[in-house]
Each structure stands twice: as structure tokens, then as C-alpha cells.
Design a protein around this ligand. Structure first.
Ligand code: S3P
Length: 452
């Protein structure tokens, strides 16, 4: 069954407990964060960047379309291979029309960083989910470079940005641990004289820094006074086109991984998963919960650590997940909560305020969805508490996905374990990050189908 990526009306999906264990070897699509950055830096480099393994999900395609509208040339050459002909740092041109970034917060925030130091005006919008999300977190620092913004109330999209004619470099302490904000500032720093610095109290994913270096920019990282890191980029680098191999997305691998842990008797290998330490917090949690996951064939590919994950089902136990881990697994809480719902004992996930401003209010969506499936769950401040009984939850309900791909996939995985099937009201958002999700789970023996 194909992912229902294009229908104009909701495409409900249903999952049910399979009769046999899940088994097999799969690959998941390319890393979304790395794919966005590969296209963006390719567009800002001199020469032709060749990318393999690019995620061809809607979010990344929105980035490619925006870059093409800005005068770069990003084109697919088949099977996840893309070529990008760059225009050089500062070389993008004013787009003739609105840039519509669909569901993708990463496209919006990182591109605003790039646009903030180009002499042009652009109008940026997105879907109903993205138009609800806060852009003030990038508008504030980018205004300090000299860019000007006109936004809807609460710094929401649609917005207009006019890039700074003579950008001023900034030193910016991140008020929230966000790789998107860090990246927006560093990317703005490329077309700015001198040094641009971000101070991050808690380390967030560092794909931008790694890839900037890969393209020849000078990026330094030092301990910050009072803890955390100072990340500095030198302005006006000559970025030189460089080949990129995108590893499998650990945030996508998380779904078949947890499915394999939950469906009794399962044994599944997920090949070629990117395991950047600033992304792999979920594996730490699942390890503490007693999951049987082995890393096989550990290697480095394209400057990122990669391994195959071998997962075998067993009964998980609850765990206390510290707030400091949140930036290393921020997208994995929906699926971790699903694992916790099937575990024995209490799982406490701390420090989740950022989940309220994702594609949906994920804290509310997880808690509401699990409760409707018969799980004892509570939100206390920014903490999520799930009481697992060691038995599978009841299920037998419909989950509202609220244009949130990870809520859709997490509850479809839960439905592989619950006593009664789980229906999600709309499977279309899955195509933003994980085209082919249902087919891939079904290839392991899962049961996910279109639901009337
Ligand atoms: C991303 C960073 C994270 C994450 C998002 C992708 C990125 O957001 O939730 O899916 O590619 O930089 P924040 O950095 O805003 O937490």
C-alpha cells in the first residue's frame, strides 16, 4: 500500500496486532535534518554538490523548491541522488513569489537565517501547522543582524523578510535549546563580515556545524563560561561543493525499532542508521528500559557515525528520563511514550516544554492519545508520566493527528501492540518525513492499512 501522500481529503489509516512476530532487514529514508542542510549548503557553495540518500519527503522537497525559487538549481537524478548547482555565499536572488514551506519548521527557520543576510525581500508561509508555530525565536536574533521582518501576531507565518544590506555579526545566547535557531544564526553569519557566535547552554544536534566544515567553512566550538558551548562561524567563507552521503534517519528508524521491541518474538535489523551522539538519546532511554538492541557494523559515513540496529522484542521496564537528554531526542518522545505505555512500571519524561511547539502540541497529543487507548498518563508541568502495567493497552480508538507525522506514526506503532486496532484520522502527514512508512512496516509483517 502506498503512503497516501497526495489525496486532498484526509486518508485514515488503521493498525492492528500482527499474528506473527515482525522480522526482516530494512533501511529507513535519509536523515531529514541532514537532507535539508545538504541542499541549503549545496545552494550556497561554488560548484556542483552531489548528494546520495537524500530524504525525498515533502519537507525536504519544500526546501529544494524554495532554493530553486531563490536561483539555485537542486534537481533529482533518480533514486535519492540529487545534484545542486550552487550560487555561492550571498548569491541567492529575490524570489518572484511566496515561498511555501508546507509543514516544515526546519525549512522555514533555516531559510530565514540564510535570507536574513541577503539583499532581497521574500514572503514565507506554510501549512496550518507551520503557521501556528513560533517564528519569534529566529526573528529576534536575525533582526539583530539588521534584517527586518513583518509578521502576523505572535511572530507567526506568513511573514515578510528583508535581508540586511550591511549585516552586523552577533553573539547570541540561545534562550531555548534549538538546533533550528542555532542553525539559522550560523547560516546568517555566512554572509556577514567577522565572526558570528551562538552560545548554547545545552548541546543540540550539530549537523550544521559538521556540514559547514565539510564545505570548507571555519567553525569553532569552545566551552562557554558558565557551561555549554560557544559555536563560532567565520563570515564570507568560500563554500566549495562537496559530495554528501545522507545516513538513514534515526528519528524515522525509531518507529520500526520500537515496533520490533513491542511485538512479541520480533527480530528486526535496520541498516545504515545515523547515530550522531546528539541525536541518539532514544537508544540510551530504551537501553535503560531493558531493550535488546545491538549496534552492528559501526562505521563513519560522510562525517557522521552510522550503524545497523538489531532489535529483539522483550518486556520493557519504566525509566526516569532526565530533562538534559531532551535536546538529543526531541523528536522521539511520541514513540518513547508508546514504548513506555507497553512497559512495566512508571516512566517519567522530564523537561518537555519544547514539545508544545512542534508540528502539534505533542505533549497534549501524546497524553490525550494514550489516555484514550486506556493508558494511565499525566502531564505535570513540563513532565510526562506514563504508568505501564506490562500488559498491552486496550486501543480501539481513533487518534487525531493534527497534521503531525510523528503522532500518526507513533500511534500506528502502538496499534501493532494494543488489544484492539488503532485508527489515525489522517495518514497524509507521514509523507513529510517517512514516505513508504506503512509499506516498510508491513514488509516486516506489520498490519497497517487504509481505513474506510
Ligand atoms: C531540527 C531540530 C529540532 C527538531 C526538528 C529538526 C533540525 O527542532 O525537532 O525536527 O533539523 O535542526 P528544534 O531545534 O527547534 O528543537
Amino acid at each position: 500500500m502506498a503512503d497516501p501522500s497526495s489525496p486532498s481529503s484526509p486518508a485514515p489509516l488503521m493498525s492492528a496486532r500482527p499474528k506473527a512476530p515482525l522480522s526482516g532487514k530494512i533501511r529507513v529514508p535519509g536523515d531529514k535534518s541532514i537532507s535539508h542542510r545538504a541542499l541549503m549548503l549545496g545552494a550556497l557553495a561554488i560548484g556542483r554538490t552531489e548528494i546520495s540518500g537524500l530524504l525525498e519527503g515533502e519537507d525536504v522537497l519544500a526546501t529544494a523548491a524554495a532554493l530553486n525559487a531563490l536561483g539555485a538549481a537542486a534537481t533529482p537524478s533518480g533514486d535519492g541522488h540529487w545534484v545542486v548547482d550552487g550560487v555561492g555565499v550571498g548569491g541567492l536572488a529575490e524570489p518572484e513569489n511566496l515561498l511555501d514551506l508546507g509543514n516544515s519548521g526546519t525549512s522555514a527557520r533555516l531559510l530565514l537565517g540564510i535570507l536574513a543576510t541577503h539583499r532581497l525581500t521574500a514572503f514565507v508561509t506554510g501549512d496550518a501547522s507551520l503557521r501556528r508555530r513560533p517564528m519569534g525565536r529566529v526573528v529576534d536574533p536575525l533582526s539583530r543582524f539588521g534584517a527586518s521582518f513583518l509578521t502576523r501576531e505572535g511572530a507567526r507565518l506568513p511573514l515578510a523578510v528583508t535581508g540586511a544590506a550591511d549585516p552586523i555579526p552577533i553573539v547570541y545566547p540561545l534562550p531555548v535549546p534549538s538546533a533550528q535557531v542555532k542553525s539559522a544564526v550560523l547560516l546568517a553569519g555566512l554572509n556577514t563580515p567577522g565572526e558570528t557566535t551562538v552560545i548554547e547552554p545545552q548541546a543540540t544536534r550539530d549537523h550544521t556545524e559538521r556540514m559547514l566544515r565539510h564545505f570548507g567553512a571555519t567553525v569553532t566550538t569552545q566551552p562557554a563560561e558558565g557551561g555549554g558551548k560557544r559555536v563560532t562561524v567565520e563570515g564570507f567563507p568560500e563554500l566549495v561543493a562537496a559530495p554528501i552521503t545522507v545516513p538513514g534517519d534515526v528519528s524515522s528508524a525509531a518507529f520500526p525499532l520500537v515496533a520490533a521491541l513491542l511485538v512479541p518474538g520480533s527480530e528486526v535489523t535496520i541498516e545504515g542508521v545515523g547515530l550522531n551522539p546528539l541525536r541518539a538519546g532514544l537508544l540510551e532511554c530504551l537501553g535503560e528500559m531493558g531493550a535488546d538492541i545491538t549496534l552492528v557494523n559501526e562505521r563513519a559515513e560522510g562525517g557522521e557515525p552510522v550503524a545497523d540496529l538489531l532489535a529483539r522484542a522483550n518486556v520493557l521496564t519504566g525509566a526516569d528520563i532526565p530533562a538534559e537528554r531532551a535536546p538529543r531526542m526531541i523528536d522521539e518522545y511520541p514513540i518513547l511514550a508508546v514504548a513506555a505505555a507497553c512497559a512495566r512500571g512508571r516512566t517519567v519524561m522530564r523537561g518537555l516544554s519544547e514539545l508544545r511547539v512542534k508540528e502539534s502540541d505533542r505533549l497534549a497529543a501524546i497524553a490525550g492519545g494514550l489516555a484514550s487507548c486506556g493508558v494511565r498518563v499525566a502531564v505535570e508541568g513540563d513532565n510526562l508520566i506514563v504508568e505501564g502495567t506490562g500488559n498491552f493497552p486496550a486501543g480501539g480508538v481513533q487518534i487525531e493527528t493534527q497534521l503531525d507525522h510523528r503522532i500518526a506514526m507513533a500511534f500506528l506503532v502502538l496499534g501493532l501492540a494494543t488489544n484492539e486496532p488503532v485508527r489515525v484520522d489522517d495518514g497524509r502527514p507521514i509523507a513529510t518525513s517517512f514516505p513508504g512508512f506503512a509499506d516498510l512496516i508491513n514488509s516486516l509483517g506489520g498490519v497497517i492499512a487504509a481505513s474506510p
